[in-house]
Design a protein around this ligand. Structure first.
Ligand code: NAP
Ligand code: F7E
Length: 339
């Protein structure tokens, strides 16, 4: 009998890579999609229509993290061995605009799942929660599993709530529940309103004459960027360890948003000259002498997380996990996909 995995957030970046990863590991994968007015399955459609996959290995169900009844129905119907909760309102900046909705999905959603698992009688279901480096917020780098959470957005606060629920349900009810505290991870499948995809797509379009300028926010925030393909492997490894625990997953390096722009431009043979400071800063393309980078304060956050660098020693030692993609290889992979 194949093991059954249930993925919440399967239509997202990580969910789609995790589904592929688990199908290759011979799991039967079940995924939740929510009702949308336009199709939201573009990241997983290829699984149903590819010689590399047997489409019977992926079964989709309608559900929503804000609807307890649907969660209860689906879990009972599937009887999964492992549940991966990757579903979230995952955009930090947008959480400033829809804080209540963000909290309902990101904080109460996993709590609803944990409550169902706690009362589940048929088997002991393993549970993975997508926690985030945003929880560290103002804490100085490098950050590890012992670093204080000082969240700077309702997104981060909602993730801190969910993190503590996982620890609490593990301790109070002996659940096999784990947090992966993942630092930023990107890929060609990254949503277009996250900064890396916005930069790669924007500069490629400028290069091809399809766009004039790329308008960004804070160029000086620093992030520890890895590749989503590497990171979904850590999710599976976290759940396979005999002891349920929490792990930082990262690359232990950090780059600024400006570093990302510079590297991407260099790889596209674009030479940018930077002028001015603050909101007036601009990037001029040397060959054409045109302004291609502008700054707009609407992309700044009310409170920013300045610098994240993850220390992933625990995952390395206990799970034998390490990232394969370097920063350069990540940028290469994202650019390749634009052509
Ligand atoms: P993503 O691309 O934004 O995907 C989010 C997924 O959640 C999508 O499948 C989305 O469905 C689903 N979703 C949203 N609201 C839902 C609801 N109410 N009910 C059911 N599903 C819902 O995010 P990602 O980058 O793959 O990240 C996966 C998880 O890891 C998220 O929880 C995120 O907060 C967390 N995380 C991400 C990073 C990162 O750098 N990527 C780092 C740390 C933690 P639709 O397709 O219908 O929108
Ligand atoms: O911003 C700056 C922005 O939106 C990165 C999510 O997956 O990772 C992600 O959250 C940085 C920030 O990701 C723009 O101010 C500048 O400092 O790509 P981002 P994020 O906020 O770090 C964490 C770990 C998660 O858990 C989240 O789910 O880039 N920045 N200019 C910009 N950001 C955006 N989006 N757009 C800009 O124009």
């Amino acid at each position: 009998m194949k093991k059954k995995a249930l993925i919440f957030g399967i239509t997202g970046q990580d969910g789609s890579y995790l589904a592929e990863y688990l199908i290759k590991k011979k799991y039967q994968v079940h995924g939740i999609k929510r009702r949308t007015s336009t199709p939201n399955t573009s990241r997983i459609d290829h699984i149903f229509d590819s010689v590399n996959f047997n489409n019977k290995d992926l079964i989709m169900h309608h559900g929503d993290l804000s609807d307890s009844g649907s969660l209860y129905r689906i879990i009972n119907q599937i009887n999964p061995d492992e549940i991966y909760n990757l579903a979230a309102q995952s955009h930090v900046k947008i959480s400033f605009q829809i804080p209540e909705y963000t909290s309902d999905v990101n904080a109460l959603g996993p709590l609803r799942l944990l409550e169902i698992i706690r009362h589940y009688k048929k088997k002991k279901i393993k549970f993975y929660q997508a926690s985030s480096s945003e929880m560290f917020g103002k804490s100085k780098p490098p950050q590890n599993e012992k670093t204080l959470f000082l969240p700077r957005s309702v997104y981060a606060i909602s993730k801190v709530f969910a993190y503590h629920c996982v620890v609490h349900y593990r301790e109070a009810y002996n659940l096999h529940a784990c947090n992966g505290i993942l630092f930023n991870h990107e890929s060609p499948r990254r949503g277009v309103n996250f900064v890396t995809k916005k930069i790669v797509q924007g500069l490629t379009r400028i290069k091809n004459g399809q766009q004039k300028t790329l308008t960004l926010g804070n160029l000086y925030a620093r992030r520890d960027w890895g590749h989503a393909k590497d990171y979904v492997e850590s999710m599976w490894k976290i759940l396979q360890h005999k002891t349920a625990d929490d792990y930082v997953v990262s690359t232990n390096t950090s780059h600024s948003v400006k570093d990302f722009v510079k590297l991407c431009a260099k790889k596209l043979n674009m030479n940018i000259i930077w002028k001015n400071k603050g909101f007036k800063e601009i990037g001029i393309e040397k060959n054409t002498n045109r302004i291609i980078i502008k700054i707009d304060k609407k992309y700044f956050r009310e409170t920013e997380v300045d610098n994240l660098i993850g220390d992933y020693s625990k995952a390395k030692n206990r799970l034998k996990w390490k990232p394969r993609y370097s920063f350069e290889k990540l940028v290469d992979d994202m650019i390749k996909n634009e052509f």
